[in-house]
Design a protein around this ligand. Structure first.
Ligand SMILES: Cc1cc2nc3c(=O)[nH]c(=O)nc-3n(C[C@H](O)[C@H](O)[C@H](O)COP(=O)(O)OP(=O)(O)OC[C@H]3O[C@@H](n4cnc5c(N)ncnc54)[C@H](O)[C@@H]3O)c2cc1C
Length: 363
């Protein structure tokens, strides 16, 4: 078989670059996908009760990048939705991320923004050099909040203490001094009407794009004559793990459909003190779907086969960097996306990255 471009993987990275090649260069692209569906981890589907679920964990789209929003709106109508998360702490529900509302509810106070500043300043611990995620939280909020919200949650989420994790892991969670209880503050938020899979199908719906599902690219690549490979699978797998296997944190998802209209006050709840699971998602609340039953999903982080989160410690960054050196010597291959770059990307980031890679390499 002869085709100019082969894309490995049909997640948002692979689909975006394939769509650009097909529509802007008017060239043929073959996408090879090992799963039995397109969309990668944003794949969603209706379960047996007709409730839309996200099969690989809860996803809410959010961005401040108008160009990205305009790009995806070519392929879908939009369901506007502001994501809210409640945390179950000391037997009460409080909003996450931590805000003025959270502190007032937690300590039964009625502080103003100035009062909060004063309250937190008294709790903060002075740390001269912030080295890890534990230092980040202790220096911003002190021991009590660290233990209530972060310490055990992180141990569940990553299987290690925040003190062992890079400071970037927890610095991503904002601590708000105001009353804004939204999880994200981006200008554009929500999800595609009809779901992410439908949007992905529309992205792939071009006469220049062919998709081969249920196929690991290594099974077929020797039989294809191509000019360029865009690889969005795991970088260590591409090199047959020759420098060793990169570590990922995985998740076991447990779905339950309940005979009730509503299970919890917000789409997502977090459990930083109790239970082995970290969070529960109620999908209907994200999609705005009406149904007399509801489906929830409990997340149990673990080390398993399915790679979800790149592991944020120095050891794995260094190994990934050695793989990046090998990758930069590969002719005619572009490594793109969260697995091929061994980097956590939000959905808007990965689309931005794919659009930039397209501009840099194909014009
Ligand atoms: C639990 C969880 C929740 C998230 N929530 C959010 C959120 O709320 N908001 C947000 O913006 N982002 C979120 N993200 C991030 C989002 O999932 C990623 O930005 C996005 O999926 C990255 O797309 P990708 O194409 O790089 O990777 P993927 O979606 O993983 O796509 C890679 C594709 O390559 C295929 N593949 C791999 N190896 C091979 C092979 N050998 N041969 C053929 N095909 C192969 C895979 O099957 C997969 O389909 C979340 C991530 C996780 C893990």
């Amino acid at each position: 078989m002869k085709v100019k471009y082969v894309v490995v993987g049909s997640g948002l990275a692979g689909l975006t670059i394939a769509e650009r090649i097909a529509s802007q260069l008017n060239e043929k692209v073959l996408i090879v996908e090992k799963r039995n569906h397109i969309g990668g981890n944003v794949y969603d589907s209706y379960n047996e009760d007709g409730i839309m679920i996200q099969n690989y964990g809860p996803h809410t789209f959010h961005t401040n990048d108008k160009e990205i929003m305009d790009y995806i709106l070519q392929f879908t109508e939009w369901h506007e939705y502001q994501h809210r998360v409640m945390s179950y702490v000391d037997g009460n529900w409080v909003p996450m991320p931590i805000s003025l509302e959270t502190i007032n509810l937690l300590y039964n106070m009625n502080l103003s923004e100035d009062g909060l500043e004063e309250f937190i300043n008294k709790k903060k611990i002075k740390i001269d050099e912030i080295k890890n995620s534990e230092d980040v939280v202790l220096s911003q909020t002190g021991v009590d909040i660290y233990e209530k919200f972060f310490k055990y949650f992180t141990i569940k989420q990553w299987g290690c203490s925040p003190a062992e994790l890079d400071k970037s892991v927890i610095s991503r969670i904002p601590f708000r001094k105001n009353r804004d209880t939204r999880y994200f503050t981006d200008l554009y938020q929500g999800n595609p009407k009809g779901g992410f899979t439908k949007m992905c199908q529309k992205m792939a719906d071009h006469p220049n794009i062919k998709i081969l599902l249920n196929t690991d690219y290594k099974e077929v690549i020797d039989q294809i004559e191509y000019e360029k490979l865009i690889y969005t699978g795991p970088i260590d797998y591409y090199f047959d793990y020759k420098l060793g296997k990169l570590l990922y944190r995985s998740i076991r998802f447990e779905f339950e459909t309940l005979e009730m209209e509503s299970y919890q006050p917000t789409a997502s709840s977090r459990y930083p003190q109790d239970h082995a699971y970290t969070r529960i998602t109620e999908f209907k609340k994200m999609y705005g779907q009406k149904h007399h039953k509801t489906t929830i999903c409990k997340e149990y982080p673990c080390f398993g086969d399915e790679p979800y989160y790149t592991y944020p410690t120095q050891e794995w960054k260094e190994l990934a960097s050695k793989y990046h050196d090998l990758a930069s010597a590969e002719k005619n291959v572009i490594f793109l996306g969260r697995l091929a770059e061994y980097k956590y990307y939000d959905m808007d980031d990965v689309i931005r990255r794919a659009l930039d890679v397209f501009k840099e390499n194909f014009n």
